[in-house]
Design a protein around this ligand. Structure first.
Ligand code: SF4
Length: 167
């Protein structure tokens, strides 16, 4: 059976980001995977009831998603409101959907406090960023799902071709 891929809704062109925008990923593999029915789309934050638009949020104090999942860090909106429970619920929703639909891989947009996998912002709302995963990416990776950022799509193509042969 073709490998299924959980994918960030904003990468698929859905206007679900905090600022009401999308960030569509234009790549022939995305078109092919969509046609093959491999893609399972979710916006974790919307699945947890967050509205569009919403205030920007970051993982506080230079921490990363794993710290949030371990209860060692918080996710806060720019006005200081604690959104930790919402972001953990968002991650749990994504993991549940990945399990229900048999996704072995995830393709998530980088930089988000949920979906980031290569970097996240440091909680100062200054644009400063550092290496690390968002809350959803950390929960998925911790449960055996291979997480790729949008910048790593070629690596994901190669990984799937390694499993299934040339596409
Ligand atoms: Fe995109 Fe993920 Fe943020 Fe939803 S939670 S807007 S899918 S980056």
């Amino acid at each position: 059976m073709p490998a299924k891929i959980l994918v960030s809704a904003c990468l698929m062109g859905h206007a679900v980001r905090y600022d009401g925008q999308s960030k569509p990923l234009i790549h022939p593999a995305v078109d092919r995977w969509r046609a093959e029915g491999r893609l399972v789309t979710i916006c974790p934050e919307m699945s947890a009831g967050m509205p569009v638009p919403r205030l920007p949020a970051e993982i506080a104090s230079g921490a990363v998603g794993k710290d949030v999942l371990e209860g060692e860090a918080r996710v806060v909106e720019i006005n200081g409101r604690d959104m930790t429970e919402d972001f953990v619920r968002a991650a749990e929703n994504a993991l549940s959907l990945a399990k229900e639909t048999g996704c072995r891989f995830a393709l998530l947009i980088d930089g988000s406090p949920s979906c980031g996998s290569g970097f996240v912002y440091d909680g100062s709302f200054s644009g400063a960023r550092h290496p690390g995963e968002g809350v959803t990416a950390a929960l998925l990776a911790g449960n055996g799902i291979e997480v790729y950022s949008d910048r790593q799509i070629e690596a994901l193509v190669a990984r799937i071709e390694g499993l299934e042969g040339p596409q």
